[in-house]
Design a protein around this ligand. Sequence first.
Ligand code: DGY
Length: 324
Amino acid sequence: MDNPYVFITRKVPEDTIAPIREVADVKMWDYEDTPVPREVLLKEAETATAIYSILSDKIDRELLERAKNLKVVGNLAVGYDNVDVEAATEHGVIVCNTPDVLTDTTADLAFALLMAAARRIPEAQQYIKDGKWDNWSPLLLAGQDVHHKTLGIVGMGRIGETVAKRATGFEMNILYHNRSRNEKAEKEFGAAYVSFDELLDTADYVLNLTPLTPETEGMFNRDVFSKMNKNAIFLNVGRGGAVVEEDLVAAIENGEIAGAGLDVFEKEPIPEDHPLMKFPNVVCLPHIGSASVETRKAMCSLTSRNIRAVLRGEKPEAAVNWNK
Ligand code: DGY
């Protein structure tokens, strides 16, 4: 019998795919480190036993219908909104992701973004680079305090808990809103559960960490921004689709909120002339939440182990539709 065939949609470190090479033939799309074109992905899907995907690959019904041999999709992310899980389940395809290994790193980035936006760090660096720093003045580039302020976390999963843990070191008051109560966050980090409206009304920093689902899509809209404080900073480290970006632009333009820190966008990548890039009080990052070398390698290794497990008929470490 032929070996299983695994198509990897992006260049990943060779040492991390050793578990897959043990059990399968592998092809990696490593053409100049560019995303795999849709036609190539569809073609590969026709013969692949496994697809190792990244978050910009659409693993949708069209693809799954063509993928007659497909057993597993190993998505290199904790989020899996790029995969039609319902269609995958109907086609008997297991969908795997990479939770846990990226929790601390993503929480670090969320906190870094909060600090960068609050203390105007990118703007301050640009100020020197532009040759503008010619004297010290009392309110030069003065930002907002982080310590003792109120952080409102929307989406209190593992990453939310870990941000809350970091916030305790800054003696922040921590509020959260989530579909269900999170006892660990309440007991260990003193986070208080509040309604969405109360969080918006009270928080100095509103941090979105929700996954992208039909319920969260576009949830941060004009109405929501108008309920936030004028001195509040909005942060998004979840998915860009949770935000109506033109409403965020209007809220910043009209001074309804004080600024934003964004690691994710409705449509990625964004160009340098994206409307959110024009504001000095908006910090934009290119979706680097989990991007430390250690964590990205750990995510790659976990994806490989997930795929190998399914190909061997074993339970993977992380699957979103495992039901055997
Ligand atoms: C994820 O894992 O979902 C992240 O957004 C990738 O960093």
